[in-house]
Design a protein around this ligand. Structure first.
Ligand code: HEC
Ligand code: HEC
Length: 480
């Protein structure tokens, strides 16, 4: 008799908790930003429901698992990689005085949830000297961002025996004031649910363990949607692709977008990228995507920050016109088009990753979701993009396999077969980031061009020019 009464109380208690929790679960907050740039850096792209992690839990993880941060942030990196603790260890663009790095949004949906936005992978960090504070180029390629390391850390935490309410709650309580309802809700619902969600995500990304590392500044751009969204069977393709810049996208009308030309418009890429980061295609989805398209249409790179030799620029401009403009000038006949693999000769793996049947599967899915503007096609070769802020696009080519402009103008057999990426000090002379030598080795991630998908061959344009001409051409490229 007594026992069944207790049972009833327990059930009523649980129902009450769920009712209060449920109400807390869906109460939606708003975000206010001083300007569009702030919104780009810290604004939500609408992924709270599908991919939001409770903010207090997210903040507690590095404190509870410093050993896992260290293990996963150092994997593949040189011994001197800065020992910054916490999420900074993953090479993120962290502005002073902010609770989280650029690319993370904190928004209330019931409780405060952390999600990532476009700026995570599309913000570049650079310095002119090792002793300088980092500078940020918003919309630039996040070449230091070790996204795979961050994911591996989160998954390892989810698998760890310490991921329990008993361990996490005291740390959360130090950081945020929790009432008893909150505590009960964290213990009974949010902590176990977050752990479960991390398990599910890890299962979906199991394939990445058997492929060459992404390394900083890259992810397997088309295998991610292929395996996760359309649930295609895992295959042996390797599509590791550099995070590109998103500058002046308004000039890309009529161009193919994505390195393989998988999309016919910027709007398509924005819609599919938003879906990829966890946004669901209803509610404010279209409005947000149109906002970011407008914002990116004229976002510009910072000018080259080092010395320039103006006397060489006009000679460089003439060389560019002869050797490069057809494919890379704003109005070049082939700019924004795909150049076939046979012609450009760069690493073929990205193209193999995304074939017409993969695009068809994706299109069927997005059509079902009512996203009729998200139609993709199989990779067409590699797109000759207009060169905008080219000094900050290193390492070069779609797979980031060539560290500097100087190396890109060197015949493939003489380009560095191994170098270090993710070190953020600019090489003002060769133009790119310092990628060889003791500093790069100590602070960077070892990039081996022999690994699948990392080939540094092809793109022989300009490689037979005289040294003085190459110098002049590089002077001109600094101005773009
Ligand atoms: C986890 C990292 C990551 C996030 C987050 C991310 N992107 Fe990207 N983005 C990439 C990678 C990698 C590519 C390169 C794919 C390719 O071109 O083949 C890319 C390519 C693009 C391109 C194509 C650029 C070009 O010149 O072809 C656009 C546009 C773009 N992203 C916009 C966005 C927007 C908008 C968001 C937010 C909704 C976003 N991205 C979020 C990694 C990311
Ligand atoms: C026939 C067309 C064509 C010509 C001519 C050409 N390129 Fe390219 N370029 C491409 C293609 C295609 C890519 C992308 C290849 C890839 O990513 O694998 C590319 C990539 C690049 C990149 C890398 C951009 C990035 O974001 O990493 C740079 C820099 C570049 N080209 C500079 C030049 C210069 C300088 C010249 C002239 C000496 C030149 N290109 C001539 C087609 C061309």
């Amino acid at each position: 008799m007594l026992r069944s009464k207790w049972k009833r109380y327990t059930v009523i208690g649980l129902l009450l908790l769920l009712a209060i929790g449920g109400w807390k679960f869906f109460r939606s907050g708003t975000q206010e930003f001083a300007d569009d740039l702030e919104r780009f850096k810290y604004g939500s792209m609408g992924a709270e429901l599908a991919a939001g992690i409770p903010y207090p839990i997210f903040m507690a993880l590095p404190q509870v698992f410093p050993d896992l941060i260290e293990r996963h942030a150092q994997q593949g990196w040189g011994a001197q990689k800065s020992g910054q603790g916490g999420y900074a260890a993953f090479g993120l663009a962290w502005e002073p005085g902010r609770p989280l790095p650029v690319g993370f949004s904190i928004k209330r949906l019931g409780f405060e949830r952390v999600t990532v936005n476009c700026a995570l992978c599309h913000t570049a960090v650079y310095r002119l000297r090792p002793e300088d504070a980092p500078r940020f180029a918003y919309g630039g390629p996040g070449h230091t961002v070790d996204f795979q390391g961050l994911l591996r850390f989160l998954f390892a935490a989810g698998r760890d025996g310490r991921f329990t309410s008993a361990t996490l709650l005291p740390v959360i309580a130090q950081q945020s004031r929790l009432g008893w309802i909150d505590r009960a809700f964290y213990a009974a619902v949010l902590i176990p649910m977050t752990r479960f969600a991390l398990h599910v995500a890890e299962g979906q990304l199991g394939w990445m363990q058997n492929k060459p590392a992404w390394g900083p500044g890259r992810d397997d751009a088309f295998n991610l949607p292929k395996y996760i969204l359309t649930q295609s069977p895992w295959d042996d393709t390797v599509g590791n692709t550099d995070f590109p810049a998103l500058w002046r996208l308004g000039e890309r009308g009529g161009h193919l977008i994505h390195s393989g030309g998988e999309a016919k418009s910027v709007a398509t890429v924005i819609a599919s990228s938003a879906l990829g980061t966890g946004a669901l295609p209803f509610g404010e989805f279209e409005t947000r995507n149109r906002w970011i398209e407008r914002f990116l249409s004229d976002l510009a790179p910072p000018p080259f920050p080092g010395p320039r030799q103006a006397a060489l620029e006009s000679r460089g401009a003439a060389l560019f016109k002869t050797h490069c403009a057809d494919c890379h000038a704003r109005a070049g006949a082939r700019t924004g088009r795909a150049i076939t693999l046979a012609e450009v000769g760069t690493d073929p793996e990205h193209v193999r990753t995304w074939q017409p049947q993969d695009a068809e599967r994706m299109n069927r899915l997005t059509a079902k979701l009512g996203m009729h503007n998200a139609e993709l096609q199989g990779a067409q070769g590699y797109v000759a993009r207009p060169l905008i802020g080219v000094w900050l696009l290193a390492p070069y080519l779609h797979n980031g396999s060539v560290p500097t402009l100087h190396d890109l103008l060197t015949p493939p057999a003489k380009r560095p077969p191994v170098f270090f990426r993710g070190y953020d000090v600019v090489d003002l002379n060769k133009v790119g980031f310092i990628a060889t030598g003791p500093d790069a080795e100590a602070h960077g991630f070892r990039f081996d061009t022999q690994l699948r998908g990392n080939g540094n061959g092809g793109h022989r344009y300009g490689t037979t020019l005289a040294d003085a001409d190459k110098r002049a051409l590089i002077e001109y490229l600094k101005t773009l």
